[in-house]
Design a binder for this molecule. Structure first.
Ligand code: C2E
Ligand code: CA
Ligand code: CA
Ligand code: CA
Length: 280
């Protein structure tokens, strides 16, 4: 604006130009990230609310940029989707998570599962090749059970045959499917019946304001009852307070995930948590 000494628009021009330059630089750098081994997965525990045991982990990607430090997926996933690179990144995530699942199934629990985030673009024709995933799991001595894929509600509304085929193929391979951020997207629920979904992950926006007399608890209860009737388990995301955890447990919620239990951890810190006697 005026503080820029210009015509009132130069501030915006400059910041837009700056944003464009940064975006292009990030896109260039992103191409080098997989070959340069710059991605890492952090793991956030998912607890069985009845037993209090850690039975799963969600894998969350981070980019260790050579000069900018650790970059959040909020910054680069959308760019990677726009550039098509998400396919390559998605493959890397699957393999890294599978290797880690093999380690924790060996050292901690033979039924341990790792939940990975997937982009809708990975369900197009050139995306996930489920036969090659199965082959990779087999090489590691794993079955499909080791991996859960998280998808968006929007994906299920896409009627393309590639999407349907891949989702059915995943299920045939024993890989479970979770709907991420449930409640924030499309509202048609008929797809839940159509696709035999395994988990609904209640979005953290419904969990963060939970209290005994809030409308959000009524909403969570309704989602949980419906999910159970359809044969789905429910994971509550973004659980930060003991009260929220208790309310969710009372409402019949199966699993919880959030800062109350732990932030996402590096693989080595997660291993320490699994082995610590007074873990959550
Ligand atoms: P998401 O899948 O909904 O992941 C949950 C996000 O909430 C994570 O942010 C996690 O660190 C954060 N979180 C966990 N517990 C709490 C809590 O108690 N309170 C609050 N306020 N936040 C909590 P993160 O790691 O920055 O990931 C952001 C998003 O990036 C993810 O949202 C997911 O959509 C995407 N993402 C992450 N990893 C991948 C990946 O490997 N592939 C793809 N396609 N997307 C990914
Ligand atoms: Ca997720
Ligand atoms: Ca989520
Ligand atoms: Ca089911």
């Amino acid at each position: 604006g005026k503080h820029n000494g210009g015509d009132g628009y130069s501030f915006f021009d400059d910041s837009m130009r700056q944003a464009m330059i940064e975006r292009n630089q990030t896109l260039r750098d992103l191409k080098l990230a997989v070959p340069g081994n710059q991605f890492e997965l952090h793991y956030q525990p998912i607890l069985d609310l009845d037993s209090g045991k850690i039975t799963k982990a969600e894998a969350l990607i981070r980019w260790r940029h050579p000069t900018r430090g650790l970059i959040s997926p909020e910054i680069f996933i959308q760019l990677a989707e726009e550039s098509g690179q998400i396919i390559e990144i998605g493959e890397w995530v699957f393999r890294e998570a599978a290797k880690q699942a093999a380690i924790w199934q060996q050292s901690y629990s033979p039924t341990f599962q790792i939940s990975i985030n997937t982009s809708p673009l990975q369900y197009r024709d050139n995306g996930i090749d489920i036969n090659s995933w199965c082959h990779y799991l087999e090489q590691l001595g794993l079955t499909g059970q080791a991996i859960i894929v998280e998808i968006t509600e929007g994906l299920l509304m896409e009627s393309s045959s590639a999407v349907k085929e891949k989702l059915w193929h995943l299920r045939d391979a024993g890989i479970e499917v979770a709907i991420d951020d449930f409640g924030t997207g499309y509202s048609s629920l008929s797809y839940l019946r159509k696709f035999d979904i395994d988990y609904l992950k209640i979005d953290q926006s419904f969990v963060s304001n939970l209290s005994a007399d809030s409308e959000d608890i009524a909403l969570c209860e309704a989602i949980i009852v419906m999910a159970h009737k359809l044969g789905c388990d429910v994971v509550a995301e973004g659980v930060e307070e003991k009260d929220q955890s208790q309310l969710l447990k009372n409402a019949g919620c199966d699993f919880g995930q959030g800062y109350l239990f732990s932030k996402p951890l590096s693989a080595s810190d997660f291993t320490l948590l699994l082995n610590s006697p007074n873990r959550p």
